[in-house]
Design a protein around this ligand. Structure first.
Ligand SMILES: [Zn+2]
Length: 266
């Protein structure tokens, strides 16, 4: 996933997975001669993200890793909490995870590119990846399915993404973080509800009764994907008419969502 001389941006929220990935990559980087820089996204979720980012900073400070933070408020003109309130006032239905997911990915890519990263590492573990596979099956979202994998090379303007912990069960990451006595933030996002939680509970029940199910779902998905050679839909990279970031259409998804909320700055 990483070659000597690369500059790897690690997305660090302060949770156990990202803190573990940060330490592992920092240690591996010393041995294998690549650089590590941490990126945190502050969506503006009061009482949750402020605390987790403090933990992330304690970790990067303790090992002397460069750390940049991107705030929704600074880049999008409003916090996620503010967007949720705004949508309520406008009587719009807003699913916070959609906004959060799209805008967090946007900002991670932008910041990774701006700090000169050659890869962007995220701390998705086996459980996260299998949940994503199931969710996209249920939704029939082939375009998202084909993006799932250990390495995702997109196109110009997008920093290639890697998931070093993709085959490690969540429990094992937790035990490792505990044994290494890493400082981690353990709270749950107040917006996390809905189908994601149901899929997680279903998979945990399945795994308890039929051990190895999660890993087999991942392996089967990978081999089906390789055989079908699901291609990304061919599209040219364009620049968003509004913000200039790379996108497949005239206006990027983040700007579309901001527009619906009336938050686009002229
Ligand atoms: Zn845009």
């Amino acid at each position: 996933m990483i070659s000597p001389g690369e500059r790897v941006a690690v997305a660090v929220s302060g949770g156990k997975d990202s803190v573990t990935l940060l330490h592992l990559l920092a240690e591996l980087g010393e041995m294998k001669k690549f650089e590590v820089v941490a990126i945190s996204i502050d969506e503006g979720i009061r009482g949750y993200r402020d605390r987790s980012i403090r933990v992330a900073k304690e970790n990067t400070n303790s090992i002397g890793i460069e750390h940049v933070t991107g705030e929704f408020e600074r880049y999008f003109g409003e916090t996620l909490d503010g967007m949720v309130r705004l949508a309520k006032r406008k009587k719009m239905s807003l699913y916070p995870c959609t906004y959060c997911g799209v805008m967090r990915r946007y900002l991670l890519n932008k910041l990774a590119r701006e700090v000169g990263a050659t890869k962007l590492a995220t701390a998705h573990n086996l459980d996260d990846e299998v949940q994503a596979i199931m969710l996209n099956y249920i939704r029939g979202d082939l375009s998202r399915l084909q993006r799932l994998g250990p390495v995702y090379f997109s196109r110009e303007g997008f920093v290639p993404r890697i998931k070093p912990l993709r085959e490690i069960p969540e429990k094992e990451v937790a035990v490792y973080a505990l044994l290494r006595k890493f400082k981690v933030h353990l709270a749950k996002c107040p917006y996390a509800t809905g189908i994601h939680t149901e899929i997680r509970d279903f998979l945990n029940g399945l795994e308890a009764r039929h051990p190895n199910s999660k890993f087999m779902i991942l392996r089967t998905f990978d081999s089906v994907k390789a055989r079908l050679s699901l291609h990304s839909e061919e599209f040219e990279t364009r620049s968003c008419k509004i913000c200039g970031e790379p996108t497949s259409s005239d206006v990027c998804k983040s700007c579309k969502l901001l527009g619906e909320l009336g938050l686009l700055r002229p």
